[in-house]
Design a protein around this ligand. Structure first.
Ligand code: NAP
Length: 467
């Protein structure tokens, strides 16, 4: 019998998730000298590119240009894309095990962390994930509605997602209107009455998780001033050592310049608050009306960093909308090990670890592997590392037995037998062309289809016969 990885018997790899980490894993496999491989990439949505399509902000088109790299991978003859095919709904892990030598989980972190404070479930309190998905036309969130008729909104967290949320709330809607933002979002943002956006960091300037580049962009918004108080922008004694990190230093310098600059006269204001934690969302008639904050002091955490400690001093900020932006979290996928505590797939060097040890032939990449951290490019080295583990296992014969039908036809047959309406890469290119055309008609880069039904409908042949 031929050995997997040879021309007679290519290595069969299934990648679950068509975001950056999945594409970087595919690319690393394709570029492995002497390896005969066939890669099937699955995504639960009909569209590829994961968070590049559904997460990266619409006014960050340069970042989205990375999809050209992924498209090149997808167009390689050794790669197939099965969109609208979901693990747990359309096929099972056991069915993959019977067809593929190696399975790579690249499904990211689809949910979000909670604050765990009273009032978090009041109307008007949302996760950043929902808001980001909504303005990006992600089918899961198209039906959300955000009441932007209030004066003030609070964003909890000071990471890059929090900056995205604050920027979209404060951005000139006419700038957004030319991007690929969802039509429903730009309509709502045009009517928005939000004038103040508070961003809340529980620690100090040296611990802010946003990148200096993102802070600079926020500070340069045409319609909004960024305001921070000199007291809160000051780096405390315990955090001085952190300034050896160049990004941290840049953040602190920029924050201190913003503090010196003081409040401007632009239409909107982004108020960056540091060393404060929300302790309760206060409501009225079932809706958020204010956020109660506790001021924090910083102290060494015993691991070289600093942690926040409540001081018992409280204040209240009136706000009709609250977005918690305190990190994403993975969701368990049927048949795949999941660590409740960390919120991602347990692994050793990218090899998935189940309750009784390493699972032969199963691997993980991206946020599902290391949690929700890093920029898009971080995923390249991370996926390459997992692929190295896959290749080492192949070389040393650590392959799972029981791959009953490794033929190329076995997967389309399986999905057809389940009645799945899958979307190929050429189908996606049709959707892509239609979205671009709709965008041209509306004077913007792209008008996305924001529901799976619309996407699949766009692929159906136009009805013939009498009108
Ligand atoms: P993040 O960078 O981990 O930031 C999470 C923020 O939430 C931190 O400020 C954290 O503060 C805070 N936080 C956590 N728990 C909290 C709590 N209970 N109360 C108050 N604050 C709390 O996560 P993210 O913003 O979701 O971003 C995820 C990843 O995507 C990051 O690597 C980010 O750089 C990347 N990303 C990049 C871009 C871009 O480059 N344009 C855009 C979006 C996202 P502590 O530090 O004190 O825990």
């Amino acid at each position: 019998m031929s050995v997997p990885g040879t021309p007679d018997r290519p290595l069969r790899v299934a990648i679950i998730g068509a975001g950056p980490s999945g594409f970087y894993a595919a690319d690393a496999l394709l570029k492995t000298p002497g390896l005969a491989v066939s890669v099937d990439i699955f995504d639960r949505l009909p569209t590829p590119y994961g968070l590049v399509r559904g997460g990266v902000a619409p006014d960050h088109q340069k970042i989205k240009a990375v999809t050209a790299v992924y498209e090149k991978t997808a167009l390689d003859a050794r790669v197939r894309f099965f969109g609208n095919a979901m693990l747990g709904r359309d096929f099972t892990v056991d069915e993959l095990r019977a067809r593929y030598d190696q399975i790579v989980y690249a499904f990211g972190c689809e949910s979000d962390r909670r604050l765990g404070v009273p009032g978090e479930d009041l109307g008007g309190s949302f996760s950043a994930t929902e808001f980001v998905g909504w303005y990006n036309g992600h089918p899961d969130y198209r039906d959300r509605s955000f009441d932007l008729s209030c004066e003030a909104a609070v964003v909890v967290g000071v990471g890059n997602v929090a900056v995205d949320v604050a920027r979209i709330l404060a951005q000139d809607p006419e700038i957004l209107a030319k991007t690929d933002i969802a039509a429903h979002a730009v309509d709502a943002l045009r009517a928005s009455r939000v004038r103040r956006v508070y961003m809340l960091g529980r620690r100090g300037p040296a611990q802010a998780a946003f990148s200096p580049k993102e802070l600079e962009e926020l500070a340069a918004l045409p319609e909004a001033d960024v305001v921070v108080s000199p007291e809160e922008a000051r780096v405390d004694a315990a955090s001085q050592a952190a300034l050896s990190d160049i990004e941290t230093k840049k953040n602190c310098e920029l924050l201190s310049r913003l503090a010196e600059r003081g409040a401007g006269a632009k239409r909107r204001r982004i108020v960056l608050r540091l060393c404060v934690s929300p302790v309760e969302l206060l409501g009225e008639g079932g809706r958020v009306r204010a956020v109660k904050l506790e001021r924090n002091a910083l102290e060494p955490d015993g691991r070289g960093g600093v942690k926040a400690r409540g001081t018992g001093a409280f204040e209240t900020i009136e706000a009709g909308l609250v977005f918690r932006s305190v990190g994403y979290r993975g969701v368990p996928v049927p048949g795949v090990p999941f660590d409740e505590k960390s919120g991602h797939v347990p692994h050793a060097d990218g090899r998935v670890v189940g309750p009784s040890g390493t699972l032969s032939g199963e691997y993980v990449v991206g946020w599902a592997k290391r949690g929700p951290s890093g920029l898009i490019g971080t995923n390249r080295a991370d996926s390459v590392a997992t692929v190295q583990a896959m290749l080492a296992d192949l070389k040393e014969g650590r392959l799972r037995s029981g791959v009953g039908d490794p033929s190329a036809e076995s997967t389309p047959k399986l999905l057809a037998s389940k009645g799945a309406r899958t979307v190929s890469f050429s189908d996606w290119k049709k959707i892509d062309a239609l979205e671009l055309e709709r965008g041209r008609g509306a004077g913007k880069i792209r008008e996305k289809f924001a529901s799976v039904r619309e996407m699949l409908g766009a692929l159906e042949p136009a009805p013939t016969g009498r009108a």
